[in-house]
Design a protein around this ligand. Sequence first.
Ligand code: SF4
Ligand code: SF4
Length: 243
Amino acid sequence: MVQINRKLCVGCATCIPYCPVEAFKKEAEERKVYVDEEVCTNCYVCIRNNVCPVGAIEESNLDNFMKQFQHVISDPTVTSEGTGVPGRGTEEAKTNDVTGRYGRGEFGICIDMGRPGIGCRLRDAEKVAMAVAQAGVVLEGPETTPLATLMTDIKTGKLVDEALDTNVLSVIIEGKCPKEKLPDVLMALRRVEKEIETTFCLGIVSRAEQEEASFFFETLEKLGIPKPFRGKVNVGLGRPLIP
Ligand code: SF4
Ligand code: SF4
């Protein structure tokens, strides 16, 4: 984790604006800075950018599993052991034309929580994961997404209790649902967004087929959800593993 060497710190406050989640706090009396452990995500933005002019920001041991998890998921230069992918450890749906995780008649669901620079308590990630799982999303397992390593049950999205207060820079909930469940999933997200203290962006993924696209836009219209104005198309230059 990150700590301040009080003997070196001169209280210049240079570090404060660099922390994406405002974990640097000023001491009231001595005017030095300390790291609020409850808020720090162990993203190491401050360490990687060498922001302290006197070298007072120091790295110490990540001495428990949750701190290690925080670091892997919040620092894009660190590779997740589970998935072999850097940062939050997921390829999302970007490689679907090779992996075929989402087939015909299905929608991929990617819920990107805590961005930009807001952070996300895993308690909120659990609420969202459980809401969409109940609405029909089959969540991805630990081989593709690190959050699943903390789930006690992949079918419900429930996380282990000791994870719930952990703050991370951002986290992705991934899964897929059959086409007919998409309206329920969107409604579940509309309900749960009022119960959480952070933000999320929703990515809906399908194969580039007119039927799926039409169904998606019709569903949005029926539910009164504005159409997205941003999208990505993967042209599929990889060797497909799917039929
Ligand atoms: S930049 Fe370094 S010296 Fe200045 S307040 Fe932060 S930790 Fe202290
Ligand atoms: S590790 Fe990240 S969250 Fe913690 S103090 Fe440094 S910049 Fe802030």
